[in-house]
Design a protein around this ligand. Structure first.
Ligand SMILES: *[C@@H]1O[C@H](CO)[C@@H](O)[C@H](O)[C@H]1NC(C)=O
Length: 312
């Protein structure tokens, strides 16, 4: 029993996205393809960057770290959702629900900070090219990564400390395909107005704030490049347009989910698909398919693996 005497709910029911069997089949196929392709793509990036010494630079290390986090982002909700799609009772235990929210916010928060770090890396590389390797040295990179994970963990812990002892006395249907704070809080048998405000202030403002920091840093980079040479502008534009695409796809839904004030319109659960499944899949595609060095390195790695297998 949790949260005192009135807590009678020990598990929650995830309503899911649809009740139609055909739609469930379509969703299952689409999600499996995105999820598996995302995991394989991100794994390939991590292995390529680690194994290829040509790619041992801050930009690629950060990219590999982004891929590493993306694997966790998509794994925090997608496997459970896919195994639930055809089940009659899509239940999740109280502990499971808390654990899921904990992971979603650690990985999501860390990913947001990492995207800022990546923008900083691009700023130094483009605007201070001569000092790039002294500024973005190995120690700075590691410190920035530690900072990203620390902020992610604190962001997640702060919110969960407030909800872990909430009393639940009856309603236990989470109208979504995974547990997340806004809908979880609304099921509690208490006045949740201040808690909802806390989530909006924490998750909502972090999403919105990070989004603006990133957009402003991209504009700043472009302006700096433009002042120095107009020929460098098109190269910077093509690098940054990839970043902007990821940022809009990831933050648009997040901002909507945490800042949308009308819970009666269930658009947010469909938008959540974007940051749970689509963005983790798109990140490797966007960041690497446009990058020649990365493509060459991947081809090298794959051919090495293939020739290695022929030895046996
Ligand atoms: C993350 O970056 C650090 C250095 O910046 C690197 O040593 C490490 O291998 C990277 N992690 C992954 C999973 O790529």
């Amino acid at each position: 029993m949790r949260g005192g005497n009135h807590s009678v709910v020990s598990e929650f029911v995830l309503v899911g996205l649809t009740s139609s069997l055909e739609m469930q089949l379509v969703l299952f196929l689409v999600f499996s393809v995105f999820y598996i392709a995302g995991i394989l793509g991100n794994l390939l990036i991590v292995l390529t960057v680690i194994s290829d010494s040509h790619l041992h630079s801050p930009m690629y290390f950060l990219l590999a770290n982004l891929s590493f986090i993306d694997m966790w982002v998509s794994s925090s909700a997608a496997p459970k959702m896919m195994s639930d799609l055809f089940k009659e009772g899509k239940v999740i235990s109280f502990r499971g629900c808390i654990t899921q929210m904990f992971f979603i916010h650690i990985t999501g928060g860390t990913e947001m900070v990492l995207l800022i770090v990546m923008a900083l890396d691009r700023y130094v590389a483009i605007c201070r090219p001569l000092h790039y390797l002294t500024i973005m040295n190995f120690r700075t990179c590691i410190s920035l990564l530690v900072a990203a994970w620390t902020i992610g963990i604190i962001h997640s812990l702060i919110q969960l400390v407030f909800v872990v002892n909430l009393p639940f006395c009856g309603p236990n249907e989470v109208d979504s395909f995974y547990c997340d704070l806004p809908r979880f809080i609304r099921l509690a048998c208490t006045d949740t107005y201040r808690l909802e405000l806390m989530v909006t202030a924490n998750s909502g403002l972090i999403s919105l704030g990070t989004f603006f920091i990133l957009i402003i840093s991209y504009i700043f980079i472009l302006l700096t490049v433009w002042q120095h040479s107009s020929s460098g502008l098109s190269k910077a534009l093509s690098t940054l347009s990839a970043h902007v695409t990821v940022v809009v796809l990831f933050f648009g839904p997040c901002i909507f989910v945490y800042l949308w004030p009308f819970p009666t319109v269930p658009v947010d659960k469909f938008l959540a698909i974007f940051y749970v499944i689509i963005t983790p899949f798109l990140n490797p595609a966007i960041y690497t398919l446009r990058n020649k060095e990365m493509k060459v390195a991947m081809r090298r790695l794959l051919s090495e693996i293939l020739s290695f297998r022929k030895l046996f």
